[in-house]
Write a protein that binds this ligand. Structure first.
Ligand SMILES: [Fe+2]
Ligand SMILES: [Fe+2]
Length: 476
């Protein structure tokens, strides 16, 4: 096990036994630190924040909690333990030993997969850069920074793979990770959802709920990979990712709770008059972020996805551990894909299973999102409120895949352009919605206090009380 307390870069990959690699990463480290200062959270860099740091990979003992200043956070490289005699679990190489070096013929594909995943990590930190200025509580402020530092560690995880396994090309790609910036006109981030600003805390919670959850499914698909270092790396990233999803789901859940509370207090009153976020407005944000996140899965019918699966690079969700897949070769079967036909209406067609791997991963994702939405609805029903939150149709507001460019209602009914334009503000956040939500974004930094548009958390972090001073302001 690693001597993480002594190494400049905490790790369990025996970095000190490879001085060239260690040197290369130590050269990248100051660039990362500069990027963090310039593009990471604006302000708060001198504050002491109650953060979790990964120090090991042993279940139960992997995290250390303490008050730290963000620039002093110890971003480390950790891979889940290797499994003896692990074999590739799917595709054409089914049953063959996993690779511990990059197979020459798959080098291009693997590099692309790692770069695409890696790029999203710093992107989200950049998108969330200003949110600390308007946090609804110190608890939420701490959670934001926890997510941010861990996305930083995920960048480290991918940069390690690039440096260790891709030579000069990998080092160049690692540099590029810090050159591209979210929303930059000349050098944007690679994926569209990572180039739009996360303007409010409602957007942040939706992002953590829907876009981070796409991240979970991508990581889970890569955790099945036949390239073992990638599988082990992403497997450990999933441990941290669970908290990000918790922040998203409970964040929206607490807004829903607060709105419900206001509605019950005064059923005749419009909740905006007492500073709540109306349920139909929350629904529009859900519509926007769920549809944007679906685009991250890529085309439903995809030859790339088929190639990645065939080669054993990227599997389905829990490919090797879930009983739902009895066929890990997936050459004989078909997937029923719903897509718009020439008449504009939706039709079902069959595509070869391997070409549908993006759609299959997305289906697992959408099921999980639906269960979370249902938990919010249970709360509304418990309060006797008739409103039901819903995930929009897969056909709604899409830019990628078979639905790209189709105009439809959130229920999936096709519309012509004029109809869509007329109804647009019922489907997606309007400029009025955004202005209203922005007006609520006022910082609350007193320990134990909470903004009026969100309910307090039920529990604190790591067994601490919710009212703990999770962020100790340097200036306070
Ligand atoms: Fe991440
Ligand atoms: Fe995340």
């Amino acid at each position: 096990m690693a001597s993480f307390s002594l190494d400049r870069i905490p790790n369990n990959v025996d970095l000190s036994s490879d001085p060239r690699l260690q040197k290369a990463l130590e050269l990248w480290q100051p660039n990362f630190a500069r990027w963090w200062q310039e593009m990471g959270p604006s302000g708060f860099q001198q504050d002491h924040i109650y953060l979790r740091t990964a120090v090991d990979v042993a279940p139960g003992g992997w995290a250390h909690f303490d008050f730290v200043r963000m620039p002093e956070y110890r971003w480390g490289i950790f891979l889940a333990p290797s499994q003896r005699d692990r074999v590739i679990g799917f595709g054409d190489n089914l049953g063959r030993p996993v690779w511990n070096e990059v197979p020459g013929e798959l080098r291009k594909e693997l590099r692309r997969i790692i770069v695409t995943q890696g790029d999203t990590e710093p992107a989200s930190v950049e998108q969330q850069r200003q949110l600390g200025q308007t946090a609804p509580s110190l608890y939420d402020l701490r959670n934001l920074f926890q997510v941010n530092v861990e996305e930083g560690r995920h960048l480290w995880a991918m940069v390690y793979l690039l440096h260790r396994y891709f030579g000069r090309d990998g080092r160049e790609e690692a540099e590029e990770m810090l050159v591209r910036h979210s929303g930059d006109a000349d050098t944007p981030r690679l994926l569209e959802a990572f180039n739009k600003p996360i303007a409010s805390w409602l957007d942040f919670f939706c992002f953590a709920m829907f876009a981070d959850r796409d991240g979970k499914y991508q990581l889970a698909a890569l955790a099945e990979s036949g390239f073992d270092p990638l599988a082990r790396s992403t497997q450990f990233m999933l441990t941290e990712e669970a908290h990000h999803l918790f922040v998203g789901e409970t964040g929206i859940g607490r807004i829903v709770e607060r709105t419900a509370e206001l509605m019950v207090q005064d059923p005749s009153e419009d909740v905006t008059r007492c500073g709540g976020i109306p349920l139909d407005m929350i629904q529009r944000y859900v519509n926007e972020w769920f549809s944007t996140s679906l685009d991250l899965f890529g085309g439903e019918d995809s030859s790339n996805a088929a190639r990645y699966f065939a080669a054993g690079l990227k599997g389905r969700y829990r490919e090797c551990s879930d009983a739902r897949y009895d066929d890990h070769v997936a050459l004989e079967s078909a997937y029923r894909l719903c897509a718009p036909g020439a008449d504009g209406a939706l039709h079902e067609m069959q595509i070869p299973m391997r070409r549908a791997m993006n759609a299959i991963l997305r289906d697992s994702y959408a099921d999980e999102c639906r269960r979370a939405v249902e938990r919010w609805n249970v709360h509304l029903r418990g309060r006797g409120i008739g409103f039901t939150l819903r995930l929009p149709s897969l056909a709604f507001n899409r830019r990628q895949g078979v639905f790209a460019g189709m105009l439809a209602t959130p229920a999936g009914q096709p519309l012509v352009a004029a109809e869509f334009d007329r109804a647009r503000d019922e489907f997606l956040p309007s400029s009025r919605d955004r202005a209203y939500v922005a007006s609520l974004m006022v910082p609350v930094y007193e320990p134990g206090k909470i903004a009026g548009w969100i309910a307090p958390p039920r529990k604190g972090i790591n067994g601490k009380p919710p009212e703990l001073e999770y962020v100790r302001r340097a200036s306070a």
